[in-house]
Design a protein around this ligand. Structure first.
Ligand code: LLP
Length: 404
């Protein structure tokens, strides 16, 4: 995925998030067809948190995807992008009465994080269907901060306690059920997903047997990883889907779970590699190390500072024949603001040059901030080779919108 970055920088300025519609489509179709081969009642719910731009949501909805939202704000993004309630899932945690009210009003399906969430919900209204997020006691992700299952995770109901929640919901008159888990993010290991599915179905088997119901859906979350650097082995989605579906089909028969829908909620896998962050060199410094300062930083792309994440750096208009060891940093007044440590880049980089950070389509703009008083960047979507502005660049004036 390469574009005319000079033109884009000239027209829209830098820093700039650039998303490629074609790449999003390819990602969606690849994942969809891998699962479709094995299980008919399968659906994808795009995790909006990865990239909530309504234009991006629209691309995925146009392909037949549903969405998964985690807050009233994300829910509103989905609704305003025109997603029908029947295609919206809501998976929050520690949901407040206000959150729950919004979910109930929207008519979306939801996965509740705890029995107490259900108790808070029924003081507003008793729903017809309930799904609980189960912590299956296992989790895996590319960094400890993104492991969302297992004994250190704040999410879901410990599986040993889940039956209580379902029993209570049944006693309150709930007649339809789902079950959910999300064990971690950016996982490149296909066998792990299958193992977790097997465990969830065993847990579900015990619950639904005692309950005397079968679930309408089993939602196994997202977490499908992407390679960020050359050494990462890409996730084999064909193999993963086969392993998951084998365990799923075996499990629903063995545990008499009927014919539930199989739901997944990927975020990163659909949009991560479809985005780049285009930035410009603002200053070169020959210090104890060589620094290249750019107009994007931890305020624009937080992942390197927060998780030590790697984003490949490219210099589109320089040859990499002669290189030198440099660190790429932003302009924020913190030493955490280093986007790449000690990498080899062309030695003739000059101030004003364009710099690309790859794989920034997921959790890039979504996690950006205005820290240090820097307004957030613009976003463009490349559709049929043409760039369309899908979020205007913030201005310094915008920073004053909220002071009273
Ligand atoms: N569903 C639920 C309930 C989730 O909590 C998440 C992500 C997803 C789906 C989508 O996960 P994905 O397919 O994108 O891995 N900011 C971190 C990632 C945090 C993910 C948290 N939950 C990062 O930049 O790596």
């Amino acid at each position: 995925m390469n574009h005319n970055y000079k033109e884009l920088a000239k027209e829209f300025g830098t820093p700039l998030y650039i998303y490629d519609q074609k790449q999003i489509e390819e990602n969606y179709h690849r994942l969809r067809s891998a699962f479709d081969k094995h299980y008919e009642k399968f659906s994808i719910h795009y995790a909006v948190k990865a990239n909530p731009n309504p234009a991006v949501i629209k691309v995925l909805i146009g392909l037949g995807s549903g969405v998964d939202c985690s807050s009233p704000g994300e829910l509103e993004h989905a609704l305003r992008a025109g997603v029908p309630a029947s295609k919206i899932l809501y998976t929050g945690n520690y949901e407040s009465p206000e959150d729950l009210t919004k979910v109930l009003e929207s008519g979306a399906k939801f996965n509740l994080d705890d029995l107490n969430s259900f108790k808070r919900m029924i003081s507003i209204k008793t729903p017809e269907r309930v799904s609980f997020r189960i912590n299956p006691g296992m989790g895996k992700g590319s960094h400890e901060a993104v492991v969302t299952g297992g004994t250190d995770a704040k999410f879901g109901i410990p599986y040993e306690k889940a039956i209580e929640a379902y029993q209570f919901a049944k006693e309150q008159g709930v007649t339809k059920f789902g079950i959910h888990m999300m064990t971690g993010s950016n996982n490149l290991e296909p066998f792990f997903f299958a193992e977790a599915v097997e465990k969830l179905l065993t847990i579900g088997g015990g619950i639904f047997k005692e309950l005397g119901f079968t679930p309408d859906y089993i939602d196994i979350g997202g977490g499908f990883g992407i390679p960020y650097h050359e050494e990462d082995v890409p996730l084999d989605v064909e193999l993963m889907a086969e392993l998951i579906c084998d365990k799923f089909k075996e499990g629903i028969v063995k545990h008499e779970l009927g014919e539930p829908e199989l739901l997944v909620e990927p975020g990163r896998y659909l949009v991560g590699n479809a985005g780049v962050l285009l930035s410009k060199v603002t200053g070169l410094k020959d210090s104890y190390r060589q620094f290249i300062g750019i107009d994007a930083g931890m305020n624009t792309l937080m992942r390197p500072s927060l998780y030590g994440a790697i984003h490949r750096v490219e210099v589109p208009y320089r040859s990499s024949e002669n290189t030198r060891l440099v660190s790429i940093c932003g302009q924020v007044c913190e030493n955490a603001d280093i986007l790449a440590h000690n990498i080899l880049l062309p030695e003739d980089i000059e101030e004003g040059d364009l710099i690309l950070l790859r794989d920034a389509g997921a959790y890039g703009f979504a996690m950006s901030s205005v820290y240090n008083g820097r307004p957030r960047p613009a976003e463009v979507l490349i559709e049929n080779g043409k760039a369309r502005l899908i979020r205007r660049r913030e201005k310094i004036d915008d920073l004053f919108n909220f002071y009273v």
